[in-house]
Design a protein around this ligand. Structure first.
Ligand code: HEC
Length: 137
């Protein structure tokens, strides 16, 4: 007879524990969802400015920032892909390999190799430069 209240208390405590676990899990889901929604909205609010993209500032800056130059410069660039000078980059822009690789288009090697894809806006900037005829500006 004495055991009954103890068992009941145990069950009550277990139920309470479950309740808080469920509330905790739900809170995490809600917070994560809200966080992601906010992030998306914030990104959507920032327009991607692809005007005034130049080889000398925009393109070389992005190639440096995304680590492309770590593999693709010097006398023996990886994959025999040279990104260290204008005429080579221009050639890759004109034959579609530059855009195909950073856009992860089918049939091209995904670049930067072994790293996440470039941000959409940065890909758009390089595309704008290519579409403008890949000038040496
Ligand atoms: C860790 C080294 C490494 C980095 C960093 C890297 N690449 Fe490459 N890249 C390679 C290798 C290796 C190949 C050749 C083999 C292959 O196609 O996978 C290659 C091939 C390419 C090609 C030819 C693609 C094709 O399909 O013919 C292009 C263009 C290119 N890279 C551009 C870039 C650009 C732009 C970046 C930066 C966004 C970059 N790479 C970053 C290693 C790298």
């Amino acid at each position: 007879m004495k055991k009954l209240p103890t068992n009941r208390m145990k069950i009550k405590a277990q139920l309470n524990h479950m309740k808080y676990t469920i509330i905790g899990a739900l809170s995490i889901i809600v917070i994560t969802t809200l966080g992601c929604t906010k992030e998306k909205d914030a990104n959507a609010a920032i327009p991607c400015d692809t005007t005034n993209t130049t080889y000398s500032v925009t393109v070389t800056g992005l190639l440096r920032n995304y680590g492309c130059l770590g593999c693709h410069v010097g006398p023996n660039p990886v994959g025999n892909i040279q990104l260290g000078n204008y005429s080579s980059v221009k050639q890759l822009a004109d034959n579609g390999k530059l855009f195909g690789s950073i856009n992860w288009s089918p049939g091209f090697s995904k670049m930067p190799q072994g790293a996440p894809k470039m941000a959409d806006c940065d890909i758009s900037k390089i595309k704008a430069w290519i579409d403008a005829g890949a000038p040496n500006n």
